[in-house]
Design a binder for this molecule. Structure first.
Ligand SMILES: NC(=O)c1ccc[n+]([C@@H]2O[C@H](COP(=O)([O-])OP(=O)(O)OC[C@H]3O[C@@H](n4cnc5c(N)ncnc54)[C@H](O)[C@@H]3O)[C@@H](O)[C@H]2O)c1
Length: 377
């Protein structure tokens, strides 16, 4: 018997189960599996629209050719910039899908980073009120984090991810060889989210994460497993990420403010790393997080090989950070007085504090306390 060239996980989102196929150097086998599984659905499959991230032109051409041996393929290239993550881009995909003759027996295949996944995911949810969606993630954020989520959304002029829906994909498939060309700063973004997963939900995966981080870029497979293992039980129980799964916002309150005020100069992963250190300091001061647990934050983040925090944060406008904190997108999830912001905080590694009155795990914290913790870095 020949060995299966890819492995398979099953991701649960409430009652729905989504297969996640992954391996390295297995694109032809994945393409065959995608067509086989779509063909096994009611009515089979008559065509796919491959929405291809401009950052992975070569691998996307290979996927198109491999899929094309068994099904009709139309390819739409997409420039994955935040300013294109909009409803007009979704409409462009929908118009293209109809012009290419897609039917209710067709599927949308989204190949690329989280931006392409979100845009094509929303288009799949809207086309004929729901068309089968296949995710082919090509960045760590997409492979280890965004696809372990049903959230599909685009930006409005007022902010990120303000219009969207939840949509269950038919299948996720990842050839880890696609990730080999990801630039280092984008790789770090994905890795910071894995550190977050261990700190907030899965301390037992610390050793596996450290071994995987030190093996980068070799051990993407272990990182994928850390990402999925840590997050999967939470999205299984809370598929809309409005309750217990909100713990994966750890580090994102201060992190988003830092990222926004730096104008993107401090990228998402680095900003989340500083945001986790700020959250740890807030929890130490107000909720008794131990010095050893704070030290574990610093120890894990040191594996990301980031520059010195104080130097990176020194030039950022403090008034603008306060304003960005006040506009945090978790507002409304729980009680929060003027001058406070909602944060995920830990009272131990893997132990998020419960929110007030049995609400989501978000704790109101005065903005002045967050700013003091930032200055302490
Ligand atoms: N729950 C969710 O749905 C969820 C979770 C996390 C992030 N997101 C969203 O994902 C987006 C960020 O995703 P991202 O970090 O993957 O970035 P991205 O999709 O913006 O891609 C970043 C850059 O990498 C390029 N790229 C993609 N694959 C590549 C490869 N293999 N080699 C070289 N370059 C490649 C892209 O062309 C792009 O220029 C944000 O819009 C964020 O809101 C969504």
């Amino acid at each position: 018997m020949t060995r299966c060239p890819y492995e398979e996980l099953s991701l649960a989102f409430g009652d729905a189960a989504v297969p996640y196929l992954y391996g390295s150097g297995c694109t032809p086998a994945l393409a065959d599996a995608i067509v086989d599984r779509l063909a096994a659905g009611p009515g089979g499959v008559d065509a796919v629209l491959l929405v291809a991230d401009a950052g992975v032109r070569g691998p996307a051409a290979v996927v198109a050719a491999e899929l094309g041996r068994n099904v009709r393929v139309a390819t739409v290239p997409l420039q994955p910039e935040e300013r294109h993550k909009t409803l007009p881009t979704v409409q462009h995909l929908l118009e293209t899908a109809v012009a290419e003759g897609l039917t209710r027996r067709s599927a949308i295949v989204a190949m690329g980073g989280g931006t392409v996944g979100n845009i094509a995911g929303l288009a799949a949810a809207l086309l004929f009120r729901g068309t089968r969606l296949v995710h082919l993630p090509t960045t760590p954020v997409a492979a280890f984090d965004a696809t372990v989520s049903l959230k599909q959304g685009v930006n409005l002029s007022a902010g990120k991810n303000l219009a969207g829906t939840y949509f269950v994909p038919a299948l996720i498939a990842c050839d880890l060889a696609w990730l080999a060309t990801v630039p280092r700063h984008d790789l770090l973004t994905g890795l910071a989210e894995m550190v977050k997963n261990v700190l907030v939900a899965a301390p037992e995966l610390e050793k596996k994460l450290v071994v995987a981080l030190d093996g980068v870029p070799a051990d993407l497979r272990a990182l994928l497993e850390v990402g999925v293992e840590a997050k999967a039980p939470f999205v299984a129980a809370d598929p809309r990420e409005r309750g217990g799964a909100l713990i994966f916002e750890y580090g994102h309150t201060a992190g988003h403010a830092i990222e926004f005020v730096s104008g993107g100069a401090i990228r998402h992963g680095e900003a989340v790393a500083w945001g986790m250190l700020i959250a740890a300091e807030v929890a130490r001061r107000r909720h008794g997080l131990s010095a050893e647990d704070v030290a574990m934050h610093h120890r894990l983040i040191a594996h990301l090989d980031l520059p010195d925090a104080a130097g990176r944060l020194r030039g950022l406008d403090r008034g603008a950070i306060r304003a960005a904190l006040a506009a945090d997108n978790k507002r409304g999830y729980g009680p929060c007085a003027p001058g406070e912001v909602l944060m995920v905080l830990l009272d131990g590694i893997g132990r998020p504090l419960p929110g007030p009155a049995g609400g989501p795990p978000l704790v109101p914290v005065p903005v002045s306390v967050v700013m003091d913790a930032l200055e302490a870095l």
